[in-house]
Design a protein around this ligand. Structure first.
Ligand code: FMN
Length: 472
């Protein structure tokens, strides 16, 4: 960054924004990232509370949670099934609500990302059902699109982490490399042919999306996001490459986006008009039979017409890991600008880590908000450091993928090689100790509207008691 950001005008980052009726205090979101911290029974863990709490404490305006399962239908439950938080049943409400309160107490807004399953990128290991997809077409590795930034040496290290002790072929020996990947059981069934998902199963998932959205709203999340990117089930419907269906979910553009729109509709129906509902999809799928950013713009337009309140962009899929996890700063910015030009609702651009670049994206109107993934893993205090102009103190993510994605793939809790505190937040008092907040005034207001009682009359503590409670 020029002159260590001495003259950088950071005001575009700090400008509040509105999604639906929700005000967000600044333009930085934490991108959804599954970090393998979830309790084995799918409840939010103490570590998750502390980890997300740390990012909220660090000034991040909007936190979007990792993918949370909305369905326990066997076709959805093939995602290394022990790691996602669940919003599939009311039994998760108390823990989810406590988790949301924790994040709120540090001043951030929080959306839940809702997931209908990994499709053909799932795994039938660990007792899960067989994998399904739009059509019975396996996913492949494309040698030019493999994960980058780490090198062969680190791939070998990652394989060891994943419990594999044999020879690791170089990716240039493609056949041998694929065989090696397939030899690691839970590595997302690369090359295995999925079964075509039935219409009945699609309907079950659409219904479960609504239920998940309702549970998220009840838990206190400020909004929800439908997950439709990265080569998972919904994404496979969008592509000509992976969708050869003959029914109303395959064929032309309108048919291929039908499932995605049905999910948005179902979520909206469950949460009502005043509650933020967004959708995340890849800004491109840069492989044969994929789609270019101008098609992403068309998808965004249709989502907006369906009632989505914002578009959160990502890129690529497991077949194009180098797009999914960009190795270049700003790799998705121009694609985001194409999408933004097509819609009036806010567009969130991923993978911009440098303060100067974030300002440029916002000032040049290429996106309304920036979401950071690995940079937030690396430094929870990015926003506060920018506010305090401590640009040199930002712990910069090197996009090496070693502590985060490689450990994630190996089913280990995510860490960061640049920040030893990452992944250990539950042992750091400042992230567990929370400012005590009263239950939401809004809830009382709603009760008041419904019962015509005066909220001040049902308030149970005196002003003094209240003040003492909220002081740390
Ligand atoms: C460990 C890890 C887990 C991720 N999990 C999710 C997820 O649950 N949902 C999702 O939409 N994206 C997921 N992503 C993708 C990120 O949201 C983000 O788009 C990607 O890391 C690129 O942004 P970055 O360069 O700022 O990291 C994950 C990324 C990482 C590193």
């Amino acid at each position: 960054m020029a002159e260590n950001g001495k003259n950088l005008d950071i005001s575009p980052i700090l400008e509040p924004m509105t999604i639906n009726r929700l005000e967000i205090k600044n333009r930085i979101a934490m991108a959804p990232m599954n970090c393998n911290y979830t309790d084995p029974e799918h409840y939010m863990s103490r570590q998750q509370m502390a980890y997300y709490g740390a990012r909220a404490k660090g000034g991040t305006g909007l936190i979007i949670t990792e993918a949370q399962a909305v369905s326990e239908h066997p076709v959805a439950d093939t995602y290394r099934k022990y790691n996602n938080p669940y919003l599939t049943s009311y039994k998760y409400l108390p823990t989810q609500s406590n988790f949301v309160e924790h994040v709120h107490s540090f001043g951030a807004k929080i959306f839940a990302q809702l997931f209908t399953g990994p499709g053909r990128q799932g795994s039938n290991d660990l007792g899960a059902a067989d994998i399904v997809s739009a059509s019975p077409i396996p996913w492949e590795q494309f040698p030019d699109k493999m994960i980058n930034g780490a090198g062969y040496k680190h791939l070998k290290a990652a394989a060891r982490l994943a419990g594999y002790h044999g020879e690791v072929p170089h990716p240039s020996e493609y056949e041998a490399f694929i065989k090696f990947i397939q030899g690691i059981p839970y590595l997302h069934a690369c090359g295995a042919t999925p079964r075509e998902i039935t219409k009945q199963e699609i309907r079950a998932l659409v219904k479960d999306m609504g239920k998940g959205a309702r549970i998220a709203k009840m838990a206190g999340y400020d909004g929800i996001e439908v997950h439709a990117c990265h080569g998972y089930l919904v994404h496979t419907f969008l592509l000509e490459r992976s969708n050869e269906r003959k029914d109303e979910y395959g064929g032309g553009f309108e048919n291929r986006i039908r499932f995605m729109l049905e999910l948005i509709r179902s979520a909206r129906k469950a949460v009502g008009p005043d509650y933020p509902v967004g959708v995340r999809f890849s800004a491109s799928d840069d492989l044969p039979g994929g789609y270019a950013p101008d098609v992403a713009a068309k998808i965004a337009k249709r989502c907006a017409e369906e009632g989505a309140d914002y578009i959160s962009l990502s890129d690529g899929s497991y077949e194009a890991m180098s797009d999914f996890l960009p190795n270049q700063e700003g790799q998705v910015v121009d694609k985001a600008a194409i999408v933004k030009a097509a819609v009036k609702i806010p567009v969130i651009c991923p993978s911009v880590h440098d303060p100067q670049n974030v300002v440029d994206v916002l000032r040049n109107n290429k996106a309304d908000m920036v979401q950071q993934g690995r940079q937030q893993i690396c430094d929870p205090d990015w926003v506060n450091k920018v506010i305090n102009r401590q640009f040199d103190d930002i712990i910069k993510c090197t996009r090496c993928n070693r502590g985060c994605i490689f450990r994630f793939i190996a089913m280990l809790p995510v860490r960061c090689i640049r920040n030893p505190r990452t992944g250990q937040e539950e042992f750091i008092e400042e992230y567990m100790k929370r400012p005590i907040l009263p239950i939401k005034q809004k809830v009382w207001q709603e009760a008041h509207d419904l019962t015509e009682e005066n909220p001040s009359e049902i308030w149970e503590y005196t002003e003094q008691e209240f003040k003492e409670a909220v002081e740390l």
